[in-house]
Design a protein around this ligand. Structure first.
Ligand code: 13P
Ligand code: SF4
Length: 334
């Protein structure tokens, strides 16, 4: 059996969130980024899975919902989106006349890849009564085909608000969709997509770490499989994890989500120990797409205003409606 004191060095080993560069070069680069940001009148929005040095520089760090809300209300001229491509696209859809850049254009998402718009359109054609709810982890093309968008932070609320006489089609995450069905009791047709990171956790690996840490609650993201979710004390979005961990009396907490989250949690709850849930293969679940972004690329995208997110005006116009619907429902339920 492990104890809390044991975790303090080993938790850091489990989630190698310290930069390899020297402090001096890091500081110089950070100063340049902040100066560029000032000159460009830019805002830096970063997801909870970004590397620590980007999180530490950002104006706002949060989950997909918080980031979309920030993008909707910013008055900055340039939005620098440190996350993955679909998140930057959402910011562009909400700000069609602003420059939106992201450090690495190739920062994709396995969920987005699983759901090409033409295949969704073909499925929608099989049932005119479908009401399509798209998890925000999808392309602008899929958003443009959807009735409403949701994030893991508001998916239950969005499904509860869906018209009762329609057949719900939930895309593209089958695990989040299944969890929402469990929470709401509302049947839905689920697209067969998943997050390649979150499906790595297994019932066996999580059971083992729970035995090692009998007093530590498990907090899991709803993109995990049901076999893992059923072992969790709390299933929630990355931002809700911060609130839950702040409020619990537990001194050590097992976290089943991408490793970048541990940096945010350690900053928000410095008196608690966070244990990265192990998979059968390793203890370091990193999203290879999120980790494409580096401080150097952040610097270069601010300096060159490249790569920019560009979308056809018709897609922007169509995709804006379901995103706005989501923001309105979320604002009403606060
Ligand atoms: P959150 O909205 O909970 O931050 O999740 C985003 C994501 O990509 C999870 O893999
Ligand atoms: Fe997509 Fe999974 Fe990466 Fe989140 S962690 S961005 S769902 S691949």
């Amino acid at each position: 059996m492990a104890n809390v004191a044991d975790t303090l060095p080993s938790a850091a080993e489990q989630s190698p969130d310290q930069p390899a560069q020297t402090g001096a070069s890091w500081d110089a680069l950070s100063r340049e980024i902040l100066e560029l940001k000032r000159r460009r009148n830019a805002v830096i929005l970063a997801h909870n899975y970004q590397v620590p040095e980007i999180q530490d520089l950002a104006d706002y760090v949060g989950d997909s919902l918080g980031l979309a809300q920030q993008a909707a209300r910013t008055d900055a001229g340039v939005i620098v989106f440190c996350g993955v491509h679909f998140m930057a696209e959402t910011a562009k859809i909400l700000n069609p006349h602003k420059v939106v850049v992201l450090p690495d254009r190739d920062a994709g998402c396995s969920l987005e890849e699983s759901c090409p718009p033409d295949r969704l359109e073909a499925l929608q054609a099989t049932n005119p009564n479908f009401y399509t709810i798209a998890y925000i982890n999808c392309s602008a093309g899929v958003k443009a085909l959807s009735d409403v968008i949701c994030t893991s932070g508001n998916a239950v609320r969005i499904v509860e608000a869906a018209p009762p006489d329609r057949d719900l089609l939930f895309v593209p995450d089958e695990n989040l969709g299944a969890w929402v069905i469990e929470q709401t009791g509302r049947p839905m047709t689920l697209w067969q997509g998943n997050c390649y990171v979150h499906v790595e956790w297994t019932h066996a690996a999580i059971s083992r770490i729970r035995e090692e840490w009998p007093g530590a609650p498990l907090v899991a993201h709803p993109e995990c499989t049901r076999a893992v979710r059923m072992l969790a004390d709390e299933v929630c979005s990355t931002e809700k994890m911060v609130t839950w961990c702040r409020n619990t009396d537990a001194r050590a907490i097992i976290i089943a989500t991408e490793s970048g989250m541990l940096h945010r949690l350690k900053k928000e709850c410095p008196d608690k120990a966070f244990i990265a849930a192990p998979t059968d293969k390793c203890r370091c679940n990193e999203c290879r797409f999120m980790k494409l972004n580096t401080l150097e690329k952040l610097h270069d995208c601010l300096a060159n205003l490249e790569p920019q997110v560009e979308l056809p005006p018709a897609v922007i116009e169509r995709a804006r409606l379901p995103i706005q619907r989501m923001l309105d429902i979320s604002a009403r339920s606060r």
